[in-house]
Design a protein around this ligand. Structure first.
Ligand code: 13P
Length: 312
């Protein structure tokens, strides 16, 4: 790439030329969030991808999110800036062991977190995100036990909230897993008026200290509407970009890992693979483009559509 290129202007030009929509997750760099047409949590991004009339969807997040967009909008070109932007939850749950897990519990309903591959979605009864998991689990037939994969912390949180019997897949997010209860308590002592907002992918001991637990969108809405000056944020810290824009006079403190002092250690390394250069190239070259074999897409679509219906 020509180093003198104004990437933001070029991305804008390509957006018009290609009739593209740029979708970004809250965990993206601030500069990517700022040029996106829409910034959202996993559920709102899925809804947007399903509803758009753009010809090209540029999905700035991680690969499974782009894959969901392709499953919901198969006629569109869906590009992602970096094909290697994976997810530790997706990695933790492979089709063969998951199929065996299901076969071992044949009378269970398989409720699966959206952070998984199309193969796992195709083996599931209903997909959930952290913003609709409680509503969906509450709406499932009461006489049936539930299998929940791949995030054991989100699954445990939903089981505690709903009182439902749930067998959990042993996966976790490499970032949320590392927030430290001990360091969080130390931070709370130093900021006694700060409210704690946590993502349900955090371990139970961290969630136990939270004043609010919810999806990225839920956390953002909570800190904006709640009358307090200081918040400790236990999720990937790039969401603080939107918080500062929406509530510039409030203070947002990232929750600490076990080493206490590291400012950017909670940055998701997969989300961080996306850059303006890669977005520009993805749009210019229409690559990397996501493809999902039609037979798999149709099977993965079913539990995703069930999710959208149940969280309407
Ligand atoms: P939400 O944006 O749905 O809260 O999900 C966060 C996440 O885990 C993204 O991978």
């Amino acid at each position: 790439i020509d180093p003198t290129l104004d990437l933001v202007a070029e991305i804008d030009r390509l957006r018009r030329e290609k009739n593209a929509i740029i979708l970004a997750h809250y965990y993206q760099d601030g500069e990517i969030q700022d040029l996106a047409d829409f910034v959202g949590d996993s559920l709102d991004l899925s809804r947007k991808a399903a509803a758009t009339d753009a010809d090209m969807i540029v999905f700035c997040g991680v690969r499974f999110m782009g894959e969901v967009a392709k499953i919901l909008s198969p006629g569109k070109i869906v590009v992602i800036p970096d094909a290697e932007a994976g997810c530790s939850l997706e990695e933790s749950c492979r089709p063969e062991p998951f199929a065996a897990f299901r076969a071992k519990h044949p009378d269970h309903i398989a409720v699966t977190y959206i952070n998984c591959s199309a193969d796992i979605k195709a083996l599931s009864d209903v997909i959930v995100t952290s913003s609709n998991a409680e509503v969906i689990v509450n709406a499932l037939p009461k006489d049936k036990p539930i299998l929940f994969a791949p995030d054991r912390h989100l699954g445990g949180y939903i089981a505690r909230k709903t009182g439902r019997e749930m067998t959990l897949w042993p996966g976790s997010c490499l970032i949320h897993e590392q927030f430290s209860e001990k360091e969080l308590v130390k931070l709370k002592v130093r900021h006694p008026n700060a409210l704690v907002a946590a993502h349900p992918e955090c371990p139970e001991a961290v969630v136990a200290h939270a004043d609010y637990v919810g999806s990225t969108k839920g956390i953002l809405d909570y800190v904006v509407k709640t009358d307090a000056a200081e918040f400790i944020i236990a999720t990937e810290p790039h969401i603080i970009h939107q918080m500062t824009k929406a509530a510039p006079h409030k203070t947002f403190i990232p929750a600490p890992f076990a080493d206490g002092a590291c400012a950017s250690c909670a940055d998701c390394p997969f989300m961080a693979r996306n850059t303006l250069e890669k977005i520009y190239l993805a749009m210019a070259n229409a690559a990397p483009a996501l493809t999902v074999p039609e037979e798999l897409r149709v099977r993965a679509l079913k539990p995703l559509e069930r999710m959208l219906e149940m969280s309407a």
